[in-house]
Design a protein around this ligand. Structure first.
Ligand code: SF4
Ligand code: SF4
Length: 240
């Protein structure tokens, strides 16, 4: 999530840093954090959201996101496509988030975001915009993240990052074909179609029991997609 307020001016926080915060529907800023922000989605965010909405990944990506390969690096970028007239997230209602139990990682972390170094965090808004930062309630960064259920999101994102070859340097250019391969992790419907192909299954020696598991378990499907992407990356990264 990246609101207009500058994160550069904010101090770096660690998991044990404390801050004041409480959010609620009685605050005048209620749902303002769901408006006019850039919210980047991870593959696991997409999985949780489209499952919550009971639609396929292709339909979710088409209806709720802007997605493209980043210029130069060709890394896939997937972000919420805000309503063009109001700039609100398409999933917000007068009562708040309509997918609260499956809201994305960035929404769970708000008003925090990851800082540039691993294990460090930053506030991404000030108390002028997010009035909850003026509330007396105090907590550590770790306590906040734990209560927001970010653990599975962190774990899946670690796995997603591990599909990149060890020799890949962040920010380095990648072939567009590899960017499209990475995008498979966001569009699991397409990966499921590949699994329906008997020749694909035979080539990758995917047995019936594994296929049964992944058809019944979205998380298992995402983990298998990560494994497949990783195997292709290992083969193609040095070649292309
Ligand atoms: S307090 Fe902050 S997080 Fe809560 S509704 Fe207001 S802007 Fe959003
Ligand atoms: S997903 Fe929910 S919390 Fe996140 S911006 Fe949309 S309405 Fe707000």
């Amino acid at each position: 999530m990246c609101p207009n307020a500058s994160a550069q001016d904010q101090p770096v926080l660690t998991p044990t840093s404390t801050f004041h915060f409480a959010c609620g529907d009685t605050l005048p800023c209620f749902t303002q954090c769901c408006r006019d922000v850039n919210i980047y989605l991870t593959p696991y965010d997409v999985l949780r959201l489209r499952r919550s909405l009971k639609i396929g990944s292709g339909k979710f990506l088409a209806k709720y996101t802007r997605h493209f390969l980043a210029r130069v690096t060709n890394i896939p970028v997937v972000q919420f496509d805000m309503s063009p007239d109001t700039l609100y997230c398409k999933l917000v209602t007068r009562d708040g988030c309509s997918v609260y139990n499956n809201r994305p990682w960035a929404c769970r972390m708000f008003p925090l975001d990851l800082a540039s170094r691993e294990g460090e965090y930053q506030m991404i808004v000030g108390s002028d915009r997010c009035k909850g930062l003026k509330e007396p309630n105090t907590m550590t960064v770790r306590e906040w993240l734990d209560t927001q259920g970010v653990g599975p999101y962190e774990e899946m994102e670690r796995l997603f990052h591990s599909v990149l070859p060890p020799s890949f340097k962040p920010g380095a250019a990648m072939d567009a074909g590899l960017g499209k391969l990475l995008f498979l992790a966001y569009d699991l419907d397409r990966f499921a179609e590949m699994l329906d192909n008997p020749r694909f299954r035979a080539f990758y020696e995917l047995d019936d029991e594994l296929l049964r598991q992944v058809k019944e378990d979205d998380e298992a499907m995402l983990r298998l997609a990560f494994r497949y992407i990783r195997s292709q990356m290992d083969e193609l990264y040095q070649v292309i």
